[in-house]
Design a protein around this ligand. Structure first.
Ligand code: COA
Length: 158
């Protein structure tokens, strides 16, 4: 497995991979308004918007296995997504460690938001030394503004 910065040639594969994984992690765990705002268009637009701060994991043939989107300003892991066929093989953990490497020296503590029902992701974060600081309301962007989504805020000291 290789981790490298995303590039524009990845976009046609990146956006659908991200959308499918996002649905897996969020369906049934977030308000209907957020589901309604997360059609294919959202992922296409945002994959391009975040391209400069996205890392991808690829296999030996450079096929995409997963992605991590980073918020350099405040040390946020904005999104983590692994293709359904590549889960349970350490891809998510490798991407999270790559994020730590990128943030180290710039932030003393990094953070992410995860919905309460996403137990698989929460287990992985805890396994990797992140800890839950409790609930907060995350204002998730929609086409017309934001919608409030209850999440847990996880942090990790670097
Ligand atoms: C959450 C998610 C990113 C995890 O990715 P992943 O690649 O499956 O993660 P890993 O393989 O590193 O770890 C997952 C599990 O495999 C185990 N694992 C780690 N390395 C492994 C390896 N080399 N071989 C076998 N298993 C391994 C981990 O211990 C972990 O076990 P757990 O499920 O009991 O916690 C992935 O399931 C996903 O994309 N889900 C949908 C989107 C989502 O929820 N994103 C997070 C939003 S906050």
């Amino acid at each position: 497995m290789n981790v490298r910065p995303a590039r524009s040639a990845d976009l046609p594969r990146l956006a659908p991979l991200w959308r499918a994984a996002w649905l897996d992690g969020h369906e049934g765990h977030v308000p209907p308004e957020l589901m309604a705002a997360r059609g294919p268009e959202h992922f296409t637009v945002h994959a391009e918007k975040y391209l400069g701060t996205t890392l991808v994991a690829t296999d030996a043939d450079d096929h995409l296995l997963g992605l991590i989107i980073l918020g350099d300003e405040d040390g946020e892991v904005i999104q983590l997504a692994v293709d359904g066929t590549a889960r349970g093989q350490g891809v998510g953990g490798t991407l999270l460690r790559a994020a730590e490497d990128r943030f180290r020296g710039r932030h003393h503590q990094i953070w992410l938001a995860v919905v309460p029902g996403n137990t698989r992701a929460r287990r992985l974060y805890e396994h990797l030394g992140w800890h839950d600081t409790g609930r907060l309301i995350y204002q998730s962007p929609t086409a017309t503004g934001t919608t409030p989504v209850p999440v847990h805020r996880y942090v990790k000291d670097l």
